[in-house]
Design a protein around this ligand. Sequence first.
Ligand SMILES: CCCCCCCCCCCCC/C=C/[C@@H](O)[C@H](COP(=O)(O)O)NC(=O)CCCCCCCCCCCCCCC
Ligand SMILES: Nc1ncnc2c1ncn2[C@@H]1O[C@H](COP(=O)(O)OP(=O)(O)O)[C@@H](O)[C@H]1O
Ligand SMILES: [Ca+2]
Length: 582
Amino acid sequence: METDLRLESSLWIGNKRYRAVLTGWHLKWTEADKKNGDKKTVSVPVAEVVGVENGRVEILPQKSVEDTDKDFTGGRSRSTYGLLWSLGRTQFSCPSRVLRDQWTNHLRTALKTHSPLRPHRLLVFINPFGGKKKGREIYHSLVAPLFELAGISSHVIVTERANQARDHLLKKDLTGFDGVVCVGGDGMFSEVLHGLIGRTQQEAGLCETDPAVTLQPCPLHIGIIPAGSTDCVCYATVGVIDPVSSALHIIIGDSQPLDVCSVHHASTLVRYSVSLVGYGFYGDVLAESEKHRWMGPLRYDYSGTVVYLSNRSYAGIVQYLPADPLLSSPKDKTRCLSGCNVCSRSTERLFPHTSDSGSLYSSHFSQYSNDSEGEWVSVEGRFRCVSITCMSSSCARSPLGLSPSAHLADGTGDLILVWDTHPLSFLKFLYRHTSTQDQFDLPFVEVHRVKAVRFSLPDGREEEVHEGIGELNRAIGGEEREYVDTVSRNGSQQQLAQSVVERETMNEHKTVAPILCGLCCKKTPAVSVWNCDGEILPFTEIFCRIHGQLVRLYARGIEDAAAMQNCSQESDKNKSRCITYK
Ligand SMILES: CCCCCCCCCCCCC/C=C/[C@@H](O)[C@H](COP(=O)(O)O)NC(=O)CCCCCCCCCCCCCCC
Ligand SMILES: Nc1ncnc2c1ncn2[C@@H]1O[C@H](COP(=O)(O)OP(=O)(O)O)[C@@H](O)[C@H]1O
Ligand SMILES: [Ca+2]
């Protein structure tokens, strides 16, 4: 194969002559008319070539093609500033049309051979209302021209309502698509996640509601074009919030597996999460922020301050099943980077080649179904917040994230327990998220690497909740509203939807109660709400299980410092960016 693809000839870039060679994995060109010592070679990995077109092609701001006989244009992704990628474009001239056709054909074949995961056809969902409401503009001006250059055909749907993307993925024909792209924030990603996981289990005949079931990994890749408020999934898997970089990762078919946490209540599946399942502070911030959506991304800072000032803590019982401490630890000060060893070993464990040992993982989890508490650890008390995250959850507000040493794809999550403490100590904890200072090195903070977590209220709390809600209802003249369906999807899930609706009245109030009580009535509410990747959960008592590598993203994780150092040699400006993103 290597030898078939090899091609070598003279090529011109501008008026300089180069000796160019395609070896299969690399396209290299070296100045031909210079002394040996002065010769510079440019080497482009075929895997990073975006596309090849005949003629002289301009891409931005608008595509134009000058259809000449002896030219071809190559586009490649290249890192300009650290993790920020841009499109590099080179126009080559050949001595003859025959040679030009040979070059373009060889390059296209090399692309197919060496990057099998490159998408040909994508389903794109744009949320026109996410973040600063720029989703459409971002896609059409920055992303679509790159997809076109790469020869990707895309079917674009601008959503008209929440959950449209999820419902489409659950019900419509997806034949021929290699991946699904969401243009929006974490909420939009979550819709795609639910749609794809649900669809995959439906087709595999598996029951999503049973936490003991080993779910089937999704065959379609997910691409994220960031255009939301927090964009945590994009930040934690690509390292920057930049639509062009993300589009290039999609085009070249990068692949990053991701752990997913399923959240259950009684015998129902409530939701899936990849970044944050948070009770207490983060739940209250989300509930408060929903009233201020008009503020855009700033609503979280405003609500964060309001909730901080209301100074609350909540009683709860947290039980967790620790992960194997020999594999990794949330306090080991390592970071999950591209090609991470901990995650690679996890891939071998999760997807062993022999079908016999395939049952290892599922049998291990069978202990959930019979509720064996063997290895479970239980703690009870008052918490400022309880958070579970499957990955670092880094974002612009917190560049290292909720759990800086968490892994994207190791089959575990990190449980962060922040015990009730003095308001200033809690502020110190929050503030440490904004720097490299260790937020776990505080006496009231615990972090555990886990495979599953259960949260429940101490005895009698549920009654307090009912009483509190009754009181509140009388005070504000509350009426019953219909709960907006977040999980119902099709026939097999009707029961689940029904049970959600049945609990509607109480849950609506659980959402409003903490905020109103905290701010107006000056009474500490009994319960908070769960923030699940930006959605408020309708239940307080939940059970979470981490599913290793359930989905794959078009991303490659954060590239390590050495790779970034190369780019930093280009200019001082680059250097500062590289260090920032390290
Ligand atoms: C004093 C500074 C404190 C900074 C604390 C920062 C911790 C940030 C951790 C963020 C983890 C994010 C996990 C991702 C969640 C998203 O899925 C989810 C949905 O995103 P979407 O709207 O884009 O769809 N986003 C969220 O739920 C947002 C959570 C954000 C919490 C921010 C809290 C800001 C706190 C400011 C406190 C200020 C105290 C000031 C006291 C005087
Ligand atoms: N057309 C639409 N109208 C209203 N809501 C939508 C629409 N499309 C998607 N949504 C919902 O909007 C929510 C927020 O979207 P997201 O893209 O995450 O932006 P943000 O990061 O600003 O919250 C998501 O939960 C999604 O389900
Ligand atoms: Ca993980």
